[in-house]
Design a protein around this ligand. Structure first.
Ligand code: SF4
Ligand code: SF4
Length: 885
């Protein structure tokens, strides 16, 4: 009788390494298969896209397979799970066509459909569509030992009638098949089945090989095996043993010799790493009809003691467990108690700091450079969940572990890390404690109690030993400002582990002492995300605000005179301004950028050490806001008194009295002096922000300011959300005043703005909008007073003992003084004890260099530029002090 040997190492072994086999191993494996004369290699699965990150052998896409050196004397198969295709939203046919092209264009010869008996009927359609595409189709019936002889015969008869299946396989999924049942199953199939029969055995009871040989003896002509038995659960029949055995039975086409080096040099190492193969637990699971995944999960998790595993098996044997269910497993695991009171108190350990928790998910590896850069930039407290090969120990503040098995597995490496290890020492057995005697342990307690989540200074109570929950407890108890996560990627939506983790996170969020949590790398959990790319520029800006060194030149939200903006930019960049507030107009942004470049090229010549480029901010406003409107003079009613011409700060009113729109900044000076109220009116510059703002950012702007001093709260917040969305990684500013808003409305709007922008928020406290020009205390009084209102609400707290307001250590809201700002603003604020994070000056700043900016020889005469920048510098220093770059 002819025999066909199928090796499915890469497919079944992939359960251990997430189908991520290295290239060199695969090369050696394929050439060994070819030399051993193995007939078929099942090279992997062809899964539909999964949310979890898994290796290429889980998908076996044609392009990927074509990139491998596939020996020509082998047929190649892939396995599909029938359930995946049956559940596909667009139906079976669409799912098949999504996964497979015409056989002519694919290196795959055979598709093996893995199915349970209950899904058999739908497999017909899968097979039909695969046949149509030209593939050979094998059908693999799982958990056949659950069926009686009659059912097996009827099933075989049904499948025969389809006339679509070349080989009917049966699999000993639970690993509990005895040799008599092998013969019974083969006989039952043979009664109705005329084509070939195949077998896939499992080694729970060390009988995979003997069952395979028995099947051959009974008439099976397709047999599976894997190198060193690598496969789900206890693994499979070993290919090296099978070949030796069948050669001895006369199948001398096969040659086991090329397999041996592969076993010794490569797969032994994998076996040490993943530890598959028969053991007492798999043996018991086979005896009791427990799905081997329970055992694989418990063994792989390394959290469970042998007593816990035996106790779980004891539980599972009495319930339906022939299918794997995470919920059943959770119910099966007996809980250890532990102790909530560790010897170490986490209190204030990370007070006011960010705590970054690094998990082991694939995104940590994927974003490792960004994570390292982030740590270096932000200097957070770094907690690493167990040992993580990708993060250098020098960047880790402490390692966190709470699973006894994980601690046992990693404790020999703790000493080399030279970092504290936070773990629940009291929960560990004596022997393990001994191994930790020379390690710097911070003993944070852990008590495991069903459904509970409680955090105290010395320990926590958790529903189970979940390292992330333990680390969250430490961060919380230690007074962290916020918790950031990387490598906490999550599972696919239907995975019960996902549901469990979501429920733990919700439980945490509901604690009264919970800290804000953000994910820096992609996650499927409902955690708000923050970009890990939030860049060096963001930090530079944050530092300028923190140190009060942020001076912003306001060129005018409505000022579209690109040339004037460029010249002002040159002078104020040289003078040390770090913000350039300009109209949201792409041409103006480009001109501003050119001005910055020119200033940097002149800096050396003037012996100025410029390092941080100023931030270009574009201003946009709501209809009705002063900053974005343009004056229009009605020449029919105008009495031509010309009073408006000299009061215009931007020379926007020529003798013709036709306002130059590019120059008008909507300041109101003209209408204030005009003898009649019906001559001058204002037009709002209507623009589509959704289109305009990204264009401005693309042109070089990094921040956006919304002028929001109008009463329509709802519309304002819609625009603000848009601004936040368009500029997710930069600071965004809201300009507010009390001329148009009551104190209450002013504070209320800031609250709402903060909810959306969080730490990106800047409030431009606009004392008396556009009232600048004069350099006296009275002009700047309202700027300081408005800032004081904001501080009292957000940045100060009541000291109960003395009943006085004092400043908080860190600001809740960053604010810039604005609206009537001049050279005396900072001085007045200091005298009044009003803190601010920067100054924003428009009219006065432009006015003091106007003559130079208007000079025709501006670019020809560096002396002129030098003179202008020295004037500007005085104003910068008067407000934010020397900028020492
Ligand atoms: S005075 Fe102000 S509002 Fe009037 S034209 Fe000049 S810039 Fe525009
Ligand atoms: S101040 Fe009024 S009336 Fe006089 S010129 Fe200007 S627009 Fe005309």
């Amino acid at each position: 009788m002819s025999l066909n040997v199928l090796d499915c190492t890469l497919r079944d072994g992939g359960y251990y390494c997430d189908w991520d086999f290295n290239e060199s191993l695969v090369g050696k494996y394929l050439s060994a298969m070819s030399l051993a004369k193995v007939d078929i290699v099942e090279i992997g699965f062809r899964f539909l896209p999964q949310s979890k990150s898994i290796g290429k052998f889980a998908y076996c896409e044609d392009d990927f397979l074509n990139s491998l050196s596939l020996p020509g004397n082998i047929s190649y198969s892939v396995m599909i799970n029938a359930s995946e295709l049956i559940d596909h939203a667009k139906g079976i046919k669409a799912a098949v066509n999504l996964l497979f092209t015409d056989k002519k264009n694919s290196p795959v010869d055979i598709v093996r459909i893995a199915t349970h008996f209950k899904e058999l009927e739908q497999c017909k359609e899968i097979a039909k569509n695969l046949n149509k595409l030209g593939y050979r189709v094998f059908l693999n019936i799982m958990q056949i030992t659950l069926l009686d002889s009659k059912t097996i015969s009827e099933m075989s008869s049904d499948v025969r009638k389809w006339d679509l299946i070349e080989v009917l396989y049966f699999a000993d999924s639970l690993g509990n098949m005895e040799s008599e049942s092998v013969s019974m199953i083969v006989d039952s199939i043979s009664k109705e089945w005329v084509n070939e029969i195949g077998i896939h055995t499992h080694d729970n009871k060390n009988q995979a090989l003997s069952n395979t040989m028995k099947a051959i003896e009974s008439g099976v002509s397709f047999v599976d095996a894997t190198i060193l038995g690598m496969g789900r659960g206890a693994g499979n029949a070993r290919m090296e043993d099978l070949l030796v055995e069948i050669v001895s039975k006369g199948y001398d086409k096969y040659n086991p010799d090329p397999i041996f080096p592969l076993v010794i040099n490569d797969f032994s190492r994998l076996k040490n790493e993943y530890n598959w193969g028969p053991n007492i637990y798999y043996n018991l699971s086979a005896m009791y009809g427990i799905h081997p995944t329970y055992i694989q999960e418990m063994s792989g998790d390394q959290r469970y003691s042998s007593e816990q595993m035996l106790s779980a098996i004891n539980f599972l044997k009495d319930v339906e467990s022939s299918f794997y269910s995470f919920e059943s497993m959770i119910r099966a695991i007996p809980r250890s108690l532990g102790d909530q009171n560790g010897d170490w108190s986490a209190k204030n350990w990370a007070r006011g700091k960010d705590v970054l928790i690094i998990g082991a998910g694939p995104s940590t590896k994927l974003y490792i450079d960004e994570i390292i850069a982030y740590i270096k930039r932000k200097n957070p407290i770094v907690l690493c969940l167990n040992i993580n090969e990708y993060i250098p120990a020098k960047l880790v503040t402490a390692y966190v572990a709470c699973s006894e098995w994980k601690i046992l597995a990693e404790c020999s490496r703790y000493l080399d890390l030279q970092k504290p290890i936070i773990l629940p020492l009291k929960n560990l057995p004596k022997e393990l404690k001994k191994l930790l005697s020379n390690i710097n342990i911070l003993d944070y307690g852990l008590l495991v109690k069903d459904g509970e989540f409680d955090i105290s200074d010395n320990g926590c109570v958790l529903d189970r030993e979940l390292t992330i929950a333990y680390a969250l407890s430490i961060a919380t108890a230690s007074g962290a400002k916020q918790v950031l996560l990387t490598g906490i990627d999550g599972y696919e939506a239907s995975n019960p582990k996902q549901l469990e983790m979501i429920s733990r996170l919700e439980q945490y969020k509901n604690l009264s002492n919970a800290k804000p949590i953000y994910a820096l790398t992609p996650t499927t959990y409902p955690i708000e995300d923050k970009s890990i790319y939030m860049s060096e520029r963001f930090d530079q800006m944050a530092l300028l605000l923190e140190t009060g060194k942020y001076f912003k030149l306001v060129c005018g939200a409505g000022n579209e005179d690109a040339e004037e903006v460029k010249r002002l930019t040159v002078l104020y960049t040289l003078a040390g301004a770090k913000g350039l507030d300009i109209s949201a107009n792409v041409e103006v942004v480009k001109a501003c950028k050119e001005g910055v470049d020119l200033a940097f090229s002149l800096a050396e010549e003037f012996d100025i050490n410029l390092k941080i480029r100023p931030f270009i901010l574009v201003s946009v406003g709501m209809p009705g806001d002063h900053h974005v409107r343009k004056a229009v003079i009605n020449l029919d009613t105008c009495i031509k008194c010309n009073l408006c011409i000299p009061v215009c700060p931007t020379d926007a009113i020529p003798e013709s009295l036709v306002v130059i729109k590019d120059k008008c900044i909507g300041c109101d000076n003209c209408s204030a002096i005009c003898p009649r109220p019906d001559i001058i009116h204002y037009e709002h510059n209507q623009r589509s922000l959704r289109q305009l703002l990204p264009e401005c950012l693309k042109a070089g702007a990094e921040q956006i300011e919304l002028h929001a001093a109008v009463s329509d709260d709802e519309t304002i917040m819609d625009e603000w959300r848009l601004v936040s969305e368009v500029c997710p990684d930069g600071h965004i500013s809201m300009c507010l005043d009390r001329l148009h808003l009551s104190n209450f409305a002013f504070e209320n709007r800031i609250e709402k703005a903060k909810e959306i922008a969080k730490e990106r928020l800047i409030i431009q406290s606009d004392g008396y909008p556009m009232s600048g020009g004069a350099d006296d205390y009275n002009t700047t009084l309202q700027a300081v007073a408005t800032a004081d209102i904001l501080n009292k609400k957000f940045n100060m707290t009541l000291r109960k003992r003395t009943n006085t307001l004092i400043y908080k250590k860190t600001n809740d809201v960053n604010q810039l003084l604005s609206g009537g700002t001049n050279s005396l603003t900072a001085k007045l604020a200091q005298q009044a004890g009003v803190k601010f994070q920067g100054a924003s000056i428009g009219t006065f700043a432009r006015q003091i260099v106007k003559e130079i900016v208007d000079d025709d020889d501006f670019y020809k005469n560096n002396k002129l530029i030098k003179k202008g920048y020295l004037i500007a510098k005085e104003l910068v220093i008067a407000n934010v002090g020397e900028i020492n770059e």
